[in-house]
Write a protein of this length. Structure first.
Length: 300
């Protein structure tokens, strides 16, 4: 299993600074990192900061979420096929919502080869103090990135007084009581904090393994193997019975009387079924908060 980290954070918050610092530490440890970056513009200038020997995939047309999960899947697959690497870091654009970013990287196709360690959000502490000046939409995205982080960097501490530093940490902890908050300058995070993250808890129906982090009200994902076929109605009935903290489900579901499992998609209350011509093993991935305790269909 290769560890995957998602770096999230607002434009200009310090993601690239953190990336540079983290890559250096991984290399010092003898680990080979790979990076997927995406930019809203056409010029991949951030990538120039990376060494040439780091496998790098860039997404130049929009962010990881709006350019489609398939594209990210294809990029990850080609990284897995072409390059030897130990850890994968995905730097999302400042405009990405963490649920969308997680969705794009969590595919049943590589559920067995990738271990999504978690979302590391870098927040600009000065901007946090001045957040009242942001438009409601931008402020809401800023808050969501903080709320869903598994590890939170309160960055740009050098620009604040001691009293302001304490205020920022106190307020951010109120928005996200589960994440560890580290005060940083220039995104300097020690990698052992990253290595200790565990947002994914792959589990079968019977043995529900709880994650070290991500156990409580925290964004996490869960892989569910399906051992029988269903009618579309009964499967949808189960999906409708799920709490609203389940944001996303995708995968392959075996339907009674039909040869190959269907592709199943669920997002924002909408369900989609697509016939699949390849016989894929029936399993789904669920993304949401507090999902480890959910009773899975088939447990009947
Ligand atoms: N004073 C101060 N400046 C910082 C700190 N961290 C980053 N910066 C500066 O803030 C600017 C943006 O930093 P980046 O690391 O490029 O941020 P980013 O999140 O990758 O930015 P985007 O690529 O726009 O999303 C740069 O000029 C950095 O030098 C910090 O802790 N203190």
């Amino acid at each position: 299993m290769k560890d995957v980290f998602l770096f999230s954070g607002f434009l200009g918050s310090g993601k690239t600074s953190m990336l540079t610092h983290v890559l250096k530490q991984f290399k010092e440890k003898g680990l080979k990192p790979a990076v997927i970056m995406n930019e809203l513009g056409k010029l991949p200038f951030d990538s120039q900061a990376l060494d040439e020997d780091i496998p790098l995939k860039e997404m130049l047309e929009g962010c990881i979420c709006c350019s489609g999960a398939e594209k990210t899947e294809a990029q990850i697959q080609s990284l897995l096929a072409d390059n030897e690497f130990d850890v994968l870091i995905i730097e999302t654009t400042g405009a990405a919502h963490p649920v969308e970013a997680l969705d794009a990287v969590y595919s049943p196709l590589f559920a067995e080869s990738l271990n999504i360690k978690g979302i590391v959000t870098v927040a600009d502490s000065k901007r946090w103090l001045e957040r009242a000046a942001l438009t409601p939409q931008v402020r809401s995205l800023f808050m969501e990135q903080i709320r869903h982080a598994h590890l939170l960097l309160a960055n740009k501490m050098d620009l604040l007084t001691e009293a302001e530093q304490a205020k920022v940490v106190f307020e951010m902890q109120g928005v996200n009581p589960n994440a560890f908050i580290l005060q940083t300058t220039n995104g300097k995070v020690p990698i052992n904090l990253l290595e200790n993250l565990q947002a994914t808890a792959p589990s079968s129906n019977k043995e529900v393994q709880s994650a070290k982090i991500g156990k409580n009200l925290h964004l996490s994902s869960r892989l569910i193997e399906l051992h029988q076929s269903y009618t579309q109605e009964e499967f949808e009935e189960w999906v409708r019975s799920l709490p609203s903290s389940v944001y996303r489900i995708k995968g392959y579901v075996a339907i009674e009387g039909i040869r190959n499992p269907f592709v199943f998609q669920y997002a924002y209350g909408l369900v989609q079924w697509i016939p699949e011509y390849i016989n894929m093993p029936p399993k789904i991935v669920m993304i949401g908060e507090n999902i480890q305790e959910i009773e899975v269909i088939g447990d009947k």
